[in-house]
Design a protein around this ligand. Structure first.
Ligand code: WTA
Length: 653
């Protein structure tokens, strides 16, 4: 399709003036347009109201302490137990029989957990962790498939004040080991395996291998899920069903300080070493609960909420576990992949469980688009009333497809911009208040102060492009990088001076002042909504014996957003065995980091384009990878290297 016809077909679907809130939706919405004024009039007071939606064992004295920026403290002096807020208080209020999770295994097995059952499971797991010697403040690594025990373990940690550190099951033993070392975890909770794409996929062997590379782990608690054979280390490994099942369902929960650490989640930065993002209790829970309630218009008595993401990412932490549970939501939790056993699996789940709110990522929406309209059309999706998007900018085409083919033209879409670091939604439309513009995340959430600035930090004019910054602290903000306060300051708070958070995203302001996110401006790629650092993949490649140097770029990809393209220079004595070598290198990256980091394309080149100061010019490599005409090459030491590289590329004409 030519550009013009694309534009025309898109324009013809865009109603003049955007998509206003459907009147019936707006009339019954949890929040209306007035929320913005309320929050602007008293920002901190607004968040105090949000925090009052939780149960506090002891009220706070000071809502926000920002006397030592960038180290914020929220709800100082307050005490609460996060797990009690997510589970017990709903049971105590008479909602024990309400379903917390409709869990669906990939092979088709199911499990329903009511709030009362969840409470029993969490108490048993809490007692089990205590019996393993886990105390408040200790770190517990969780390396699990998407099964109820994963949520139970997270809540059990929260209940006893232990800090969980969930590592996505797709990460390699090396990646797991380095995170365990950095967080100094004493216990690992895992499973024999999980189901992915119709087959059991092992997890325990990865833990065994990881533990040969790190010290300090005393116990490994193993859930039996796939019945795969596992190696067993006596004295260290314990079966979940042997330890947890027999525990008491009584557990006296202690209230912890609002700033007590809740979890660490590792995310990619611009260097090879992942950053351990630290979240604490009171502010985090207040913001994820309030945003979950307001952004999705959650009605706990009638909605069936589904975040179709993995618990191993922040989206799962905030909007599968903490936000929904704090709001007493009924959620769907699905273990597997969208195409197993068929491409209509998600829509079958929506139909069967009457899902009313669905939250997923643009990359998945584009995959569904590729599979065709007739797949969702074969199911009854009329229960849906609200949709959400997260992880990367959603292109207007995908937005419109989602709106029409999944939302039946009636469901508002919340395009939610936020990060592992922000903990919860930061920029998003509100379904009862905002006239939607496909492709734009639009407005800062009430109580959030964001701005788009130029290189000097001055706010830009409408129509211009700049960098997204956050100008006031917010309750769910990261508190530091685990063990590295300096890196926390340098990475986020040094570029524009004190008190201004640099998000790492480019953004545009339109004439109405709405924000359009443009992707990362640093060396972080976004592949299927996963953040992967170019440096991390480069260092994995150069750790292979044949590779002397590597440069990695994220090239635009129609489905995954970006695809990883690597350029490598071989060592003098290495033999270029063509496809064979490429396969080996890909395998090596999978082993070092995990399958999500496996390059889409690897090219062996003689030289890399470098500036005179020796910096690799990724911009030029991206031009090559995206088959574009080369940009400015004048700062290169030797501009002929680009001809050489281009000639290697089958796709670059
Ligand atoms: C990107 C995921 C545009 C952005 C919750 C951010 C988005 C990074 C959006 C954080 C969105 C996330 N529109 N870009 N709605 N949501 N991003 O830490 O580049 O995995 O900085 O958190 O994803 O990714 P993370």
């Amino acid at each position: 399709m030519s550009e013009t016809s694309d534009d025309q077909s898109l324009a013809s679907q865009l109603p003049e003036g955007g998509f206003p809130p459907p009147p019936e939706f707006a009339a019954a919405a949890n929040v209306g347009p007035d929320v913005y004024e309320r929050a602007a009039a008293d920002r901190v007071g607004f968040w105090e109201d949000a925090a009052r939606r939780l149960d506090w064992a002891q009220p706070w004295e000071t809502a926000l302490d920002w006397t030592d920026p960038p180290f914020a403290k929220w709800f100082v002096g307050g005490k609460l137990n996060v797990a009690v807020n997510c589970v017990d208080r709903h049971v105590d209020a008479g909602h024990g029989a309400q379903v917390a999770y409709h869990w669906i295994g990939e092979p088709g097995d199911t499990r329903t957990l009511t709030y009362a059952e969840l409470k029993d499971e969490v108490c048993k797991a809490a007692n089990a962790l205590v019996s393993l010697g886990v105390a408040a403040g200790d770190r517990v690594a969780i390396y699990m498939p998407m099964i109820p025990e994963t949520v139970v373990t997270m809540l059990a940690c929260a209940r006893i004040g232990a800090v969980h550190m969930v590592v996505f099951g797709g990460f390699s033993p090396d990646a797991l080991a380095s995170r365990i070392t950095d967080a100094d975890a004493k216990v690992v909770v895992t499973a024999d395996g999980g189901y992915r794409r119709g087959a059991p996929s092992a997890l325990k062997p990865n833990v065994d291998e990881a533990l040969t590379k790190t010290e300090g782990v005393r116990s490994v608690l193993v859930v039996k899920r796939t019945e795969q054979d596992v190696e067993w280390t006596e004295g260290r490994d314990v079966w979940w069903h042997e330890l947890v099942d027999g525990q008491s369902t009584e557990h006296e929960a202690e209230a912890f300080d609002a700033e007590h650490p809740l979890y660490i989640m590792y995310t990619s930065g611009t260097t090879a070493k992942p950053k351990g993002i630290l979240h604490t209790s009171g502010g985090y829970l207040a913001q994820v609960a309030y945003t979950h309630w307001a952004t999705f218009d959650l009605k706990p008595d009638t909605d069936v909420f589904w975040t179709a993401a993995d618990v191993g990412w922040v989206t799962g932490h905030s909007y599968i576990v903490y936000g929904p549970l704090a709001n007493r939501a009924t959620s769907v939790m699905y273990e597997g992949t969208p195409e197993t056993p068929h491409r209509g699996r998600w829509w079958e789940i929506v139909q069967e469980y009457g899902v009313t709110i669905l939250y997923t990522a643009p990359t998945t929406i584009r995959t569904f688009m590729k599979w065709g309209d007739d797949v969702p059309a074969g199911f009854d999706l009329s229960s849906l009333r609200m949709l959400g998007s997260v992880g990367e900018p959603i292109n207007p085409e995908a937005w419109l497809w989602y709106h029409k083919n999944i939302g039946g033209g009636r469901c508002p879409i919340a395009d939610t911009w936020w990060q592992t670091e922000t903990g919860g939604h930061m920029i998003t439309p509100l379904p009862g208040a905002t006239t939607l513009k496909p492709g734009s995340a639009q407005r800062p959430f009430p109580g959030i102060s964001a701005s788009v600035v130029d290189e000097e930090g001055k706010p830009i004019e409408p129509g211009a492009t700049g960098y997204l910054v956050l100008t006031e602290p917010w309750p769910a903000m990261l508190r530091t990088i685990w063990g590295d306060d300096e890196r926390y300051k340098d990475t986020y708070w040094s570029r524009y001076g004190q008190g201004v958070y640099f998000a790492g995203d480019g953004a545009k302001l339109d004439e109405d002042g709405d924000i359009w996110l443009l992707g990362r401006v640093d060396d972080v790629m976004n592949v299927s909504g996963h953040r992967i650092s170019t440096t991390e993949v480069e260092s994995a490649l150069v750790s292979h014996p044949t590779v002397a140097e590597a440069a990695v770029v994220g090239a635009t990809d129609p489905t995954t957003g970006q695809g990883i393209v690597a350029f490598v220079i071989l060592r003098g004595d290495a033999v270029d065995s063509g496809e064979d070598l490429v396969k080996q290198l890909r395998q090596h990256v999978r082993k070092e980091i995990g399958p999500i980091a496996s390059p889409r394309q690897i090219m062996v080149v003689q030289e890399l384009p470098k500036t005179r100061s020796g910096k690799i010019m990724r911009r030029l490599l991206r031009d090559v990878a995206e088959n574009r005409e080369l940009g400015d090459v004048t700062t290169l030491t030797d501009s002929s290297v680009m001809d050489l590289i281009s000639s290697k590329l089958p796709s670059a004409s």
